[in-house]
Write a new protein. Structure first.
Length: 169
């Protein structure tokens, strides 16, 4: 496994990972997080991913064949609507992995912690979908994060429960 910094040219690979994640979630009846529509067909999705890769730190996980099997977008600021941290932080904006590579999310979180330390940050935060059975929140808790802020975001598809979690360095 190799983790490298990606750029706008990595957008198609990230979109493919997001599409696969939507298919996997939908096949299990878990459409509350990202719906059923592939990311690659959503208006502006490719431009959004390219913008994240251009303006923020995109970390790409590649398998032994050079295929993209995971991606993590890191920023130095929380998304709109989420209060800023008390001190310097690194924020996980997106994290998506190929379902065939168990444990890869933990590898990308460990890499994010390394990037935070390199930048003198004291905190790694993330927000995620908190609906259904809370499995995604529980996964972040298994990685060492603790819950902080909970809220529900109004979206066109309906209410979207969100959980912010943090991991002090």
């Amino acid at each position: 496994m190799k983790i490298r910094t990606g750029g706008p040219d990595s957008a198609d690979d990230v979109l493919a990972l997001l599409d696969a994640a939507v298919r996997w979630l939908a096949a299990r009846g878990r459409t509350g997080q990202w719906g059923e529509q592939p990311w690659s067909t959503r208006p502006g999705a490719a431009e959004r991913i390219r913008g994240y890769a251009r303006d923020h730190l995109l970390r790409i996980a590649e398998d032994e064949h050079g295929r993209t099997v995971g991606a993590c977008v890191l920023t130095t600021d929380a998304p709109d609507g989420i209060p800023p941290a008390d001190g310097p932080e690194l924020y996980v904006r997106w994290l998506v992995t190929d379902r065939g590579h168990r444990g890869l999310g933990a590898v990308l979180v460990a890499d994010a912690l390394d990037r935070a330390r390199e930048r003198g940050r004291r905190l790694l935060r993330v927000d995620c979908y908190a609906g259904d059975d809370g499995a995604l929140v529980a996964q972040y808790e298994r990685l060492g994060f603790t819950r902080t802020i909970s809220f529900t975001e109004d979206r066109p598809a309906g209410p979207w429960p969100c959980q912010v979690l943090e991991l002090p360095l």
